[in-house]
Ligand binder design. Structure first.
Ligand code: SAH
Ligand code: SF4
Ligand code: F3S
Length: 470
């Protein structure tokens, strides 16, 4: 772990800031991918705003455009190429600085493709060099030479980066970087590096600070949160126990004690690491939401083995049973991949079977996407696109039916809703979320933003519930 003060970036930020003063420069940031990337973008924005750029959504007006990319599925990559086509003309017209960072830049073939087909970019940076963005920008401003700043080896966890958060009620806190699981379909371990946890004290201090600033909901982030500090313990890397924190369960308990924080969520845990102490912590901590994300991926034991998920259909169902027994009012959400190489129609049926049995509150459904460099990409029995889509539609239909049914059960109940702000589609209304993460639309007032209030659900719609304050 290193503090940002030790990296020379702060001095560089100040130099650029001085240079930019009074120039009224603007920047845009486009984030693709998961909440870890969103959190990284908040840090990039923090650094960029300190260098006297103000944010604009209008790419035409921006002097600096930053892409924070994702490569988990092909469609995430396509988004970048589509957008680069669009910004090329701004570059030509007004010399906009184009910087591209994030997970996709850790893939050599992508950087090659950029150089060949989109050579007008100014900076590319990877996941391990994000904190060095000021230095990269400074070099570019000095020499006007294209910059490539990508590290193959794992970067250190850098603490204390400036941050400009997107929301004033909910805040994300990354608790660990990287992933060691190597699910056979997944590119993340190759682009985010090995698992390494932040120190307990750094996390608690960040959350205390957030509480002081008025944040009410904390989302703990990592690719495998319930193995927090596992690697450190296994390899005898000192992590300095703080307030009794030495595992994910003890971290949850410590965050639960922070006054002013009203809600705690976390993503993603891995079913194979869902130990009893974590289940007990969720049960005991009143602020920890009783909606848990438990990624299934497939409901078939053979497919799960080939995915390298390290649990069977039966083990997953037994875990769900145990959790539901221990934690009153527990609801679950999940991720599912359809059309993994070799998945037969019968094996896909097992996925539908688990979905029927568990009755998830939310299901994030993905069509299997081949990722260069992963074991599954080399498997021979790839499923034809048309078949993958057919299975996707079958799953979607089942999930929508289940959600519609669950939504009906909410009508007439009273839910604790955290009011998040004004509705984006209707000026007169506000939106909030239940403990189980359902969107609720209701009449409210500005003074209630950030508060948890009892709300009676009066009607249901596919993607939200309508409520009235009690
Ligand atoms: N670490 C988290 C999530 C990582 S990526 C976890 O394990 O739950 C988010 C989701 O994208 C995964 O859960 C998986 O469902 C999906 N995903 C990952 N690689 C994919 C691929 N190659 N094709 C389709 N979906 C994929
Ligand atoms: Fe990918 Fe598996 Fe790691 Fe999640 S746990 S990031 S799916 S390798
Ligand atoms: Fe995408 Fe990187 Fe997240 S590949 S899903 S942005 S960790």
């Amino acid at each position: 772990m290193k503090k940002i003060e030790e990296t020379n970036q702060e001095q560089i930020i100040q130099k650029i800031a001085k240079c930019n003063e009074g120039k009224n420069l603007q920047y845009s940031i486009l984030t693709m991918g998961c909440q870890l990337n969103e959190n990284d973008s908040e840090k990039l924005s923090g650094m960029i705003e300190k260098m006297h750029y103000t944010k604009t959504e209008d790419l035409k007006k921006a002097n600096l455009i930053v892409f924070n990319t994702c490569c988990v599925r092909e469609n995430a990559e396509d988004r970048l190429f589509g957008k680069l086509g669009e910004v090329k003309k701004y570059k030509q017209e007004k010399g906009t600085i184009i910087a591209i960072g994030g997970c996709m830049m850790q893939e050599k073939h992508i950087v090659e493709k950029l150089k060949e087909s989109y050579p007008f970019f100014d900076i590319v940076f990877g996941t391990h060099t994000l904190h060095k963005f000021p230095e990269d920008l400074y070099k570019l401003l000095q020499n006007r030479k294209q910059i490539e700043d990508i590290l193959d080896i794992d970067g250190e966890v850098i603490e204390g980066l400036p941050i400009k958060r997107n929301d004033s009620v909910k805040a994300s806190v990354t608790i660990m970087n990287g992933c060691n699981n190597f699910c056979s379909y997944c590119i993340v371990p190759y682009v985010r590096g090995r698992e390494r946890s932040r120190k307990p004290k750094d996390i608690i201090e960040e959350i205390r600070q957030l509480a002081k600033q008025g944040y009410k909901e904390i989302m703990l982030l990592g690719q495998n949160v319930n193995s927090y500090l596992r690697v450190e313990k296994e390899k005898n890397i000192p992590f300095e126990e703080y307030q009794g924190i030495h595992s994910f369960a003890t971290l949850l308990r410590a965050v639960n004690q922070i006054e002013q924080i009203q809600r705690i969520r976390f993503i993603s845990p891995h079913p194979k690491d869902f130990t009893d102490d974590v289940i007990e912590a969720i049960r005991d901590c009143d602020k920890v939401c009783k909606l848990v994300h438990l990624p299934l991926q497939s409901g078939n034991s053979k497919v799960l083995k080939q995915m390298n998920r390290k649990y069977t259909k039966e083990q997953f169902l037994a875990l769900v049973e145990k959790m539901k027994k221990e934690i009153p009012n527990l609801t679950l959400s999940t991720d599912i991949i359809v059309g993994f190489p070799g998945e037969t129609p019968e094996e896909f049926e097992d996925t539908l079977d688990v979905v029927r049995k568990v009755n998830f509150e939310q299901v994030y459904m993905f069509i299997y996407s081949r990722r260069v460099g992963t074991p599954a990409d080399k498997m021979e029995n790839q499923i034809p696109e048309e078949e993958k889509h057919k299975r996707f539609d079958m799953l979607k239909q089942l999930v929508e039916m289940q959600i519609a049914k669950q939504n009906k059960e909410y009508v007439g109940t009273t839910q604790k809703v955290l009011i998040e702000g004004k509705s984006k589609t209707n000026e007169d209304l506000y939106t909030g979320r239940t403990d189980s993460n359902k969107v609720v639309v209701l009449e409210a007032e500005d003074s209630l933003i950030g508060q948890v209030v009892p709300v009676k659900i009066v009607s249901e719609h596919m993607w939200y519930l309508k409520g009235e304050r009690k």
